[in-house]
Design a protein around this ligand. Structure first.
Ligand SMILES: Cc1ncc(COP(=O)(O)O)c(C=O)c1O
Length: 401
C-alpha cells in the first residue's frame, strides 16, 4: 500500500480553516487529490473555474501566451486589454474597462470611482450605500463595505462613508438617504454569494436604477461572483433589463488565471485620469489572454445556455430530493449559482461531501453553496444530487436545530 501524503502547510499563514485535502490535478468538472482520490467539483474554486480544469482549448492558448509574453506593464499598450475590454463593453452595454487582478481590487477601484465622482461634483464627504450581508472583499475599504461583523472584527477603525440598508426594500433605501446630499452611489451584488445566495429582486433593481438616475448617483453592481455567465446571462443584473454605471468583475473572467476588471458606463468612464489609479499586474498579457480565450470558448461552446439549462436541471433535482423536507428552508439561486438554505449551521457538510467525492462550500453558516464550472453536464448535475441529497438527509436527521 502506498503511504498517504499528508495535507498540511505549517509555514503558510493560518488564514483558512482548510480541509485535510491537497489537490493535484483536474479534468473537466473533476479534480484529483495528491492521493489519487477523485472529486466532482461543485465549487469551481469558488466560482472561478468557468471552463473547468485542463480545458483543451484554454490550455494551449495559455501555453502560447506564456511563451510569448507573460507580463510587461502599463507603461505600454497591451493589445489584449483592448480585445477583452471590447468584449466586456459589447456584452454589458457599458463603455470602458479598467483591469486589475482580484475582486477586491475591482471593488476598491469602484469605491474610488464613486468618491471621485462625488469630489468632482463638489461633495467633500461622499457616502456610498451598501447592504446587509454583502461581501465585497478583505481590504480595509472593501471589508468596511461588507455587511458582516465577523469579517470586520479586529480591523477597526473601518473606512467611513458607508450607509447600510437591507436588501430588496426600496423604502428603506429612500429613508436612509433622505435629504442627504452626500450620497454618490449605491453598491451591491445582484446575487449575494458569501451572504448566502440572496438575490436582489428584478423589480428592486429597476427601482434602484430609477432612483440612481433621479438623484444622480452611480449604480455600482459587484458581479464578481454572480457575473460572467454563471446565471445564464453574461451579467446577473441583465435579467432585470438594466445597465449599471460601474460593474466590478473577477473570479470566472479568467477561468483560474487571476484577473479583475471594472467596467464603467458613460457616467463613470472618464472619472479616472492618468495618476488617479493603477496596479502593476492589472491587465497583463497572460491575464488578458485568459479572459479573451475564456469568453471565446464560452461563446463557441454555448456556455451561457448550458449554465441556464444545467443550472435549472440541478435546481429542479435538488428541489425534488430536498425541497419541503423539515430543516430545508429554501433552495434558491439561478443558473449555476445555487444555495440550499438549512435551518441550522451545516459547516460539517463540506468535509462529509468531500469524503463522499463532492466539493462544495457552506456559506453564511447554514447555506450549502454550489458554484460549479459552467461546463457541467446534466449527468454530472445528477451525480451532484446523488451524492449530496443523502448526506443532507442524514445530517438533518441526526442534528438538532
Ligand atoms: C461578490 C464578491 N465581491 C468581491 C469578492 C472578493 O474577491 P477576491 O477574493 O478576488 O478579492 C468576492 C469573493 O468572494 C465576492 O464574492
Amino acid at each position: 500500500m502506498t503511504a498517504l501524503i499528508e495535507a498540511s502547510s505549517p509555514h503558510v499563514m493560518n488564514t483558512y480553516g482548510r480541509l485535510p485535502i491537497a489537490m493535484s490535478h483536474g479534468q473537466g468538472a473533476w479534480v484529483w487529490d495528491v492521493n489519487g482520490r477523485k472529486y466532482l467539483d461543485g465549487l469551481g474554486g469558488i466560482a472561478v473555474n468557468t471552463l473547468g480544469h485542463n480545458h483543451p482549448k484554454l490550455v494551449p492558448a495559455l501555453q502560447d501566451q506564456i511563451a510569448k509574453l507573460i507580463h510587461c506593464c502599463n507603461y505600454y499598450h497591451v493589445p489584449g486589454q483592448e480585445a477583452l475590454a471590447k468584449k466586456l463593453v459589447e456584452f454589458s452595454g457599458m463603455s470602458n474597462v479598467f483591469f486589475c487582478s482580484t475582486g477586491l481590487e475591482a471593488n476598491e477601484a469602484a469605491l474610488k470611482l464613486a468618491r471621485k465622482f462625488g469630489h468632482d461634483k463638489g461633495i467633500e464627504r461622499p457616502e456610498i450605500v451598501v447592504y446587509e450581508k454583502a461581501f465585497h472583499g478583505r481590504s480595509i475599504a472593501t471589508l468596511s463595505a461588507t455587511g458582516n461583523e465577523k469579517i470586520q472584527k479586529g480591523f477597526g477603525p473601518l473606512v467611513e462613508g458607508f450607509i447600510r440598508v437591507p436588501v430588496n426594500n426600496i423604502d428603506a433605501l429612500k429613508k436612509a438617504t433622505e435629504g442627504n446630499p452626500n450620497v454618490v452611489a449605491v453598491f451591491f451584488e445582484t446575487i449575494q454569494g458569501e451572504g448566502g445566495i440572496n438575490a436582489m429582486h428584478l423589480d428592486y433593481l429597476r427601482q434602484v436604477r430609477a432612483l440612481c438616475d433621479e438623484r444622480d448617483w452611480l449604480m455600482m453592481i459587484d458581479e464578481v461572483q454572480c457575473g460572467m455567465g454563471r446565471t445564464g446571462k453574461w451579467f446577473a443584473h441583465q435579467w432585470a433589463g438594466i445597465v449599471p454605471d460601474v460593474m466590478p468583475l473577477a473570479k470566472g473572467l479568467g477561468s483560474g488565471v487571476p484577473i479583475g476588471a471594472v467596467v464603467a458606463g458613460p457616467k463613470a468612464a472618464a472619472i479616472f485620469q492618468p495618476g488617479n489609479h493603477g496596479t502593476t499586474f492589472g491587465g497583463n498579457p497572460l491575464a488578458m489572454r485568459a479572459g479573451v480565450e475564456t469568453i471565446r470558448i464560452m461563446e463557441e461552446d454555448g456556455l451561457l445556455a448550458n449554465a441556464a439549462q444545467v443550472g435549472e436541471h440541478l435546481r429542479a433535482a435538488l428541489q425534488r430530493e430536498l425541497g419541503g423536507l423539515p430543516g430545508v428552508k429554501e433552495i434558491r439561486g439561478q443558473g449555476l449559482m445555487l444555495g440550499i438554505d438549512l435551518d441550522r449551521p451545516c459547516g460539517a457538510l463540506t468535509q462529509r461531501a468531500a469524503d463522499a467525492g463532492l466539493l462544495l462550500s457552506v456559506t453564511a453558516d447554514s447555506v450549502i453553496r454550489l458554484v460549479p464550472p459552467l461546463i457541467l453536464t446534466a449527468d454530472e448535475a445528477d451525480q451532484i444530487v446523488a451524492i449530496l441529497a443523502p448526506l443532507v438527509k442524514a445530517f438533518l436527521s441526526e442534528s438538532t436545530q
